[in-house]
Design a protein around this ligand. Structure first.
Ligand code: PEP
Length: 251
């Protein structure tokens, strides 16, 4: 069964007390959401333990925004997947375009990260998406196909059940420009097709594929109505509990 997910990527925003307040507001407002919609919040590493306590007993899951490509040891400043599990995470985002762009995250490194995350029992929200130059050159299908294949094709059908894809066109992230529902749907259908080629129709149909990029309450309904869009990875709008919940209520 395909799962619908709305995940909030808080990025490098909020102090710990502000994050705790935001998490409390999300929990409070999430009581009446339909049972088939899963809510996930991804605060900074420093907030995880405190936010986990707020989420206890709620239906909101905890995610990290990244994890190390090494299991443990002398890697100053890194945070390993088992540490995230011990802090209460059930998910981690991996391969966000900001990590690819500013921190040199390659597909090869992502394969290592996904392996370690899955081995620790985490579910992964794997981000893919083309930048503006690539879209303007008409290369968006190729870029997204390649990113999806380079990482996902290293995993079995069973492992893929713990992976969620987030299609995030880089030109739409934090810019206020949203992909139209048609633009997003055609890429989502393409990603599902790439998955189907590797592991067959049943697994591909069960896979959750999120849209991310200036998704907000005013455009979520149209995006989520598309047959291959199964929710959203939300940046800016996830910092306001009201907007985040309004997006989740768009299903
Ligand atoms: C993101 O960075 O994952 C994102 C989708 O950001 P925004 O919603 O702010 O465009």
């Amino acid at each position: 069964m395909r799962k619908f997910i709305v995940a909030g990527n808080w990025k490098m925003n909020t102090t710990v007390p502000q994050g705790v307040e935001l998490a409390k507001a999300v929990v409070e407002k999430s009581q009446n959401l339909p049972a088939n919609v899963e809510l996930v919040v991804a605060p900074p590493f420093t907030h995880l333990v405190s936010v986990c306590q707020v989420l206890q007993g709620s239906k909101v899951a905890l995610s990290a925004q990244n994890c190390a490509d090494k299991e443990k040891g002398a890697f100053t400043g890194e945070v390993a997947a088992p540490m995230l599990v011990s802090a209460g995470c059930t998910y981690t985002i991996l391969g966000h375009s900001e990590r690819r762009q500013y921190y040199g995250e390659t597909d090869a490194k992502l394969v290592e990260k996904v392996k370690l995350a899955l081995a620790s029992g985490l579910k992964v929200i794997l981000c893919v998406g083309e930048n503006l130059d690539e879209r303007e050159a008409g290369r968006h299908f190729d870029v997204v196909t390649e990113q999806t294949r380079n990482v996902l094709y290293n995993f079995t059908a069973e492992e893929m059940a713990s992976i969620v894809i987030a299609y995030e066109p880089v030109w739409a992230i934090g810019t206020g420009k949203t992909a139209t529902a048609e633009q997003a749907e055609e890429i989502h259908a393409c990603i599902r097709n790439v998955i189907e080629q590797k592991v067959g129709q049943t697994v591909a149909q069960d896979m959750t594929i999120l849209y991310g990029g200036s998704c907000k309450p005013s455009n979520a309904k149209e995006l989520f109505a598309q047959p291959d869009i199964d929710g959203g990875l939300i940046g800016g709008a996830a910092l306001k509990a009201e907007d985040f919940i309004a997006i989740a209520e768009s299903f």
